[in-house]
Design a protein around this ligand. Structure first.
Ligand code: CO8
Length: 257
C-alpha cells in the first residue's frame, strides 16, 4: 500500500512509523487513521518484526484530530459514522508500540501517544487536551486514559483549563517513561524497541497483555490472570532456553516459540 500521510520503514526487527503531514502538524484525519492501522497490521503479520515505534516530527508528534475535518460535521454524521471508533483497533495491537514524542502531542495526538504501550519524550515535548478551547472535550480516550496515567487532579486541570504539560512535568506525573534530549528521541525509542524485539515474542506479548489487564480488572483477578499466564510460559521453548542460558552463563537465543 502506498501511504501519503505516514512513512513506514523497518530498522532490523523494529517497525518505524512516522506521521507525515507537516503542513497540518500531523493532525489526525481519517486517512491517517486508515494508513496507520494498515501499517500496524502489516507489522503485526510480519514475523521478522518484534516491536513498533510511532513518531512524528521535531515540531509535532500530532497536534490533535484534524479540526478542519471535524468542523462542519453534525451530530448525526458523528454518531452514525461512529467517528474515530476505528482507533480502538490500534489498541488491540499485540506487539509493543513505543511512542517517541517530540513537540506537540495535543488532543488526539496526546490520546494516540497514550494508546501506545509507553511514551519516550524529547525534552521539547508538550502534552495537552485543549479540546475545551474548541468547545468540545477529548474523544479518543483523553478523559479516561489521562486520568489513569496522572490521577484525577492533574487530568481535571489539563482537560478543564486546556493547558499544556511540558516533558519534565509529564515524567514527574507518570505520563512518560523517560525524557531524552531533543534529537535523540527516535534513536532512544528504536534502541528500546530493538531490545524488546530481541526477547521471546510470546513472552513480550504476554507481558504486555498482563500489564494492560491491570487497567481493566480487580487486583485479585489481575493476579490470577498473571499467574495463569506465568504458568503457561513453561510450555514455551523460549522459557527453557532463557533459564538454561542463565544457568550456563551465556546469552539466550530465543526462537519465538
Ligand atoms: N487540525 C487541523 N489543522 C491543524 C491542527 C489540527 N488539530 N493543528 C494545527 N493545524 C494546522 C494549522 O491550521 C496550520 O495550517 P495552515 O498553515 O493551513 O493555517 C498548520 O497546522 C500550522 O499550525 P499553526 O500555524 O497553528 O502552528 P503554530 O506553531 O502557530 O501553533 C499549535 C501550534 C499550538 C499546536 C496550534 O497549531 C494549535 O493550537 N493546534 C490545535 C491544537 C488542538 O486544539 N488540538 C485538539 C484538536 S481536537 C481533538 O484532537 C479531539 C480528539 C478527539 C476526536 C475524536 C472524535 C470521536
Amino acid at each position: 500500500m502506498a501511504y501519503e500521510t505516514i512513512l513506514v520503514e523497518t530498522r532490523g526487527k523494529v517497525g518505524l512509523i512516522t506521521l507525515n503531514r507537516p503542513n497540518a502538524l500531523n493532525a489526525l484525519n481519517s486517512q491517517v487513521l486508515a494508513e496507520l492501522l494498515a501499517a500496524v497490521e502489516g507489522f503485526e503479520k510480519d514475523g521478522t518484526i518484534g516491536a513498533i515505534v510511532l513518531t512524528g516530527s521535531e515540531k509535532a508528534f500530532a497536534a490533535g484530530a484534524d479540526i478542519k475535518e471535524m468542523q462542519s460535521q453534525s451530530y448525526v454524521d458523528m454518531y452514525l459514522g461512529d467517528f474515530f471508533s476505528g482507533w480502538e483497533a490500534f489498541t488491540r495491537t499485540r506487539k509493543p508500540i513505543i511512542a517517541a514524542v517530540a513537540g506537540y502531542a495535543l488532543g488526539g495526538g496526546c490520546e494516540l501517544a497514550m494508546m501506545c504501550d509507553f511514551i519516550i519524550a524529547a525534552d521539547t515535548a508538550k502534552f495537552g487536551q485543549p479540546e475545551i478551547t474548541l468547545g468540545v472535550m477529548p474523544g479518543m480516550g483523553g478523559s479516561q486514559r489521562l486520568t489513569r496515567f496522572v490521577g484525577k487532579s492533574k487530568a481535571m486541570d489539563m482537560c478543564l483549563t486546556g493547558r499544556m504539560m511540558d516533558a519534565a512535568e509529564a515524567e514527574r506525573a507518570g505520563l512518560v517513561s523517560r525524557v531524552v534530549p531533543a534529537g535523540e528521541v527516535v534513536e532512544e525509542a528504536l534502541k528500546a524497541a530493538t531490545k524488546i524485539a530481541g526477547f521471546s515474542l510470546p513472552s513480550v506479548i504476554m507481558n504486555k497483555e498482563a500489564v494492560n489487564r491491570s487497567y481493566e480488572t480487580t487486583l485479585a483477578e489481575g493476579l490470577r490472570f498473571e499467574r495463569r499466564l506465568f504458568h503457561s510460559m513453561f510450555a514455551l521453548e523460549d522459557q527453557k532456553e532463557g533459564m538454561t542460558a542463565f544457568v550456563e552463563k551465556r546469552a539466550a537465543n530465543f526462537q519465538n516459540r
